[in-house]
Design a protein around this ligand. Structure first.
Ligand code: NAD
Ligand code: TYD
Length: 373
């Protein structure tokens, strides 16, 4: 890791860190980790509390003295400027975004607004506040592997990997969905602020996350909840698409390492070399939920329902995170079997959290989303 990293760590005490999107799925794990691990930092969680933001995700740390919550929209540039001043922000970890591909297909404008314009608003507010004094400053943007496009499934039989190619940090961007296009746009702006103004930026591109507190529109929590209620499990197309899954706490650990030790201006891929075909992951989830609920094995397999495929559905994502391992020593801490067991248990033990989210407006959205499939 070398002296640059340890110097940076030494210089980085008593700082004010702005985490955006901290009431969401990944953001809440990052906020929790930073608040507990760095009592010397002041952590400001900025979140607009859209449908995906939920302060119940942070109940266990909300009273900590080094934690502050601010409800604000990253697109509100004047507000971003005043918050930068008010809290004298030194570091930004930017997770706030619209994050669901299916929603982006229905409503691309909201994705361009939040993900592109919101990121630009935050970058410009940070630039104005830091005013060319980059010492001890960092702007860390959290992105996705989906910006790289889709890989071939050229080894579809047997076990993973399902193809010979992987996404590298040097892979050319080729986004297909409005979501990934908007994330690509935001990544380009972050790099432009480094190259044009010299801002110390970092970008990471991570694979699919799973774990506690994920909004139940995403595959794993949606299916756990549907199994619990005996509802259909809508598998898109033939269920042959491949995703590379990482336990969310391991993503948060990677963000910690990269925020403190990453080389500014650089990009790191984050992933666990853990590829699964959708239909196989669905079967693992069914098996785990049935076992933990005391159902005979295979009970819920009948809920699998093949539905019309997602438009532009990327076939395969697979991240190569060797650079992160070699340069900064990060590796996932959990095997997938352990992670999925922990995840299913968490959702079954926290049914109130799930029920609060899945009542009312969300139920209506979900019905509309699937009625034409
Ligand atoms: P999420 O949808 O669970 O949370 C997003 C959070 O951002 C919510 O709390 C929401 O209220 C907040 N937000 C949305 N618009 C906002 C705005 N205009 N101003 C302020 N706050 C706003 O998303 P997530 O899954 O936790 O993803 C977090 C980040 O990580 C995103 O940038 C996403 O692109 C990226 N990412 C996600 C995954 C994944 O598998 N979930 C994988 C790689 C990268
Ligand atoms: P998702 O969790 O939406 O993440 P992403 O689209 O960002 O990869 O979906 C994961 C995979 O599961 C993706 O290939 C789409 C598929 N999927 C289904 O088959 N059915 C569903 O109901 C959902 C939400 C996703």
């Amino acid at each position: 890791m070398g002296s640059v990293c340890s110097n940076y760590l030494n210089n980085f005490s008593m700082k004010n860190i702005l985490i955006t999107g901290g009431a969401g799925f990944i953001g809440s794990h990052v906020v929790r980790l930073f608040v507990n691990k760095y009592p010397e930092y002041r952590i400001i969680n900025l979140d607009a509390l859209t449908y995906a933001g939920n302060l119940a995700n942070l109940k266990d740390i909300e009273d900590k003295t080094n934690y502050t919550f601010v409800k604000a929209d990253i697109c509100d540039f004047d507000k971003m400027c005043s918050l930068m001043q008010e809290y004298d922000i030194d570091g930004v970890i930017h997770l706030a975004a619209e994050s669901h591909v299916d929603r982006s297909i229905k409503d691309p404008f909201t994705f361009a607004r939040t993900n592109v314009m919101g990121t630009l608003s935050l970058l410009q507010a940070a630039r104005q506040h830091w005013n060319g004094n980059w010492e001890g400053k960092r702007f860390y943007h959290i992105s996705t592997d989906e910006v790289y496009g889709a890989l071939e499934l050229d080894k579809p039989e047997g076990s993973a990997p399902y193809g010979s190619e992987f996404f590298l940090e040097t892979t050319k961007y080729n986004p297909h969905s409005p979501y990934s296009a908007s994330k690509a746009g935001s990544d380009h702006f972050v790099r432009a602020y480094h190259d044009t103004y010299g801002m110390p930026t970092l970008v990471t591109n991570c694979s699919n996350n799973y774990g506690p507190y994920q909004f139940p529109e995403k595959l794993i929590p949606l299916f756990i909840n549907n199994i619990r209620h005996g509802k259909p499990l809508p598998v898109y197309g033939k269920g042959e698409n491949v995703r590379d899954w990482l336990y969310v706490v391991d993503h948060a650990r990677a963000i910690d390492v990269i925020f403190h030790q990453g080389k500014t201006g650089d990009t790191y891929n984050i992933g666990g070399f853990n590829e699964w075909k959708n239909i196989d992951i669905v079967k693992v989830v069914i098996k785990t939920v049935d076992r933990l609920l005391g159902n005979p094995e295979g009970t819920s397999e009948k809920l699998i329902t093949y539905v019309t495929d997602r438009a532009g559905h990327d076939l395969r994502y697979a991240i190569d995170s060797t650079k992160l391992k070699n340069e900064l020593g990060w590796e996932p801490s959990l095997q997938f079997e352990e992670g999925i067991e922990k995840t299913v248990r968490w959702y079954l033990d926290n049914q109130e959290w799930m029920d609060n989210i899945t009542s009312g407006v969300y139920e209506k959205y979900y019905e509309d989303m699937y009625k034409n499939r």
